[in-house]
Structure formats: structure tokens, C-alpha cells
Design a protein around this ligand. Structure first.
Ligand code: 13P
Length: 254
């Protein structure tokens, strides 16, 4: 099954207007000077920058995604942003269930599932994040935890066209540590089989499963060529246009 790789940058809570626009512009210039990429690029800046970044990358083979969404369509939810609002701004994607939101905001699998369903309803595609803690990894529960998160966080009517999964072991985020190739392969294969249960083999075979957690230009070649690894969700290294671009190059996008 040929799946188009995705390289997505999660800027998290980083970037004022000028820096963010400059970063997107620098990245767009790198993409432009290297021709049409074989992978799909997505930039996920903070909500405050979505509109400006969309203007910068329009027509340049770079999609824009948000980092979170509320599950309600509209209403009395001060400070929140709905899926139709993100769609209206020009977003193609939204990240849901990132471990930082699960930890900082108490987001459960059930909430993540509702958010993803709301995003799909509004015509957005989701990048649904899963991943185990260090304690779960050390207890040998990583595969089972991820299997359960897929079962409970991915809406029943998800299809490959609107759903991307990101496996991000929590202990690998921002730490410089990464799992062994065998461990990455084992979780990605388990995710694929959990998706098969949910949407059938043919559809699950088309879903992209990204790896996230300390992805750098130096390890992208190895990580992105593993079986069932269909791209990367990059945090820290996506804040440098050249590093983010080099991840894509080393990962086989050109
Ligand atoms: P780092 O690449 O900084 O480890 O972050 C990964 C991540 O959380 C992306 O969503």
C-alpha cells in the first residue's frame, strides 16, 4: 500500500506574529526552490497565527492545521474555537488529543473522540495523537495502551481521507530520546491492526500513521523508513525552517 508521507510541524505555544510569518515564509521558500514534494507538508502554528500563516503558504504545497478544537459547533465556551471557525480560516487539519492537552487540560479519550468527530463534521481532517507514558513503557504496556487509545479516541465513522494518527511516546517528546526501531514498528503495526478493527482492512491500510517525539534531521532517515511509519509530527525541530525541511529530505520526501 502506497501512502503519501506527511511531515507536520507542531509549533505548540511558540511564535509571535513576525517570527511566525518569517518561519513560514522561510520554509515556503525552501519548498519552492526544491520543486513539488512527494510528501504532504502541514504547519500547525498557534491559533493566533493561523490566518496569517495561511496567507503566506497559500498555493505553495503547504497545508495549515490547528492544534486543538472544541467539540461544540458554537455557543457559550469562552476562549474556545470551533471546527467551523477553523475551517473558515483556511485550516485543512487539526491536531486532537496531543499528550500535552490530555495532561494539561484533562482531555480523555472520550473528549478527544468528540473533538475529532466535530472536526470531521466540519470538513476538517484530524491528526489524532496517542502514546504511552514512561511508566507504561517500562511496565511493557505501550502496545496495549496505544491499542486502547485508538479504540476510544478515533470516531467510529473515521476514514483514511479524514484521519491521520500520530504515535507520540510521551517520554520521547522534547527529551532527545527515541524508541528503538523495533519498538516503533511494534506500536505502528498494533495501531494499524486496531484501525482495521474499526474501519476494515482496506480503509485502515490507507491511513497514515506518523511518529512524533524528538524527530530531528539526524534521525529522520531511520525513523521515516520503518514499516508503517508514514511521516512525522515534529515539535521543536519544526521551529527552524531548515531543520524541518531537512527532516523531510532525509525522510525521503524528495
Ligand atoms: P518534539 O519534536 O519537540 O519532541 O515534540 C514532539 C511533539 O510533541 C509533536 O507534537
Amino acid at each position: 500500500m502506497q501512502r503519501r508521507k506527511m511531515i507536520a510541524g507542531n509549533w505548540k505555544m511558540n511564535g509571535l506574529l513576525e517570527d511566525g510569518v518569517m518561519l513560514a515564509q522561510n520554509f515556503a521558500n525552501l519548498v519552492k526552490s526544491n520543486g513539488k514534494p512527494q510528501c504532504e507538508f502541514v504547519l500547525c502554528p498557534p491559533a493566533t497565527l493561523l490566518f496569517s500563516i495561511k496567507k503566506v503558504v497559500r498555493g505553495k504545497h503547504i497545508a495549515v492545521g490547528a492544534q486543538d478544537v472544541h467539540f461544540a459547533e458554537k455557543g457559550a465556551h469562552t476562549g474556545d474555537i470551533s471546527a467551523p471557525m477553523l475551517k473558515n480560516l483556511g485550516c485543512t487539519y487539526v491536531i486532537v488529543g496531543h499528550s500535552e492537552r490530555r495532561a494539561d487540560h484533562g482531555e480523555t479519550d472520550e473528549i478527544v473522540c468528540k473533538k475529532a468527530a466535530a472536526a470531521h463534521n466540519a470538513g476538517l481532517k484530524t491528526i489524532i495523537c496517542i502514546g504511552e507514558t514512561l511508566a507504561e513503557r517500562e511496565a511493557g504496556q505501550a502496545v496495549e495502551v496505544c491499542r486502547q487509545q485508538i479504540a476510544a479516541s478515533v470516531p467510529a465513522d473515521s476514514i483514511a481521507l479524514n484521519t491521520v494518527i500520530a504515535y507520540e511516546p510521551i517520554w520521547a517528546i522534547g527529551t532527545g530520546k527515541i524508541p528503538t526501531p523495533e519498538d516503533v514498528k511494534a506500536v505502528h503495526a498494533a495501531v494499524r491492526s486496531a484501525l482495521e478493527k474499526k474501519m476494515g482492512c482496506a480503509e485502515a491500510g490507507k491511513v497514515r500513521i506518523l511518529y512524533g517525539g524528538s524527530v530531528k534531521p539526524s534521525n529522520a532517515g531511520e525513523l521515516l523508513n520503518l514499516e508503517n511509519v508514514d511521516g512525522a509530527l515534529v515539535g521543536g525541530a519544526s521551529l527552524n525552517a531548515q531543520d524541518f525541511f531537512d527532516i523531510a529530505c532525509n525522510g525521503g520526501c524528495y
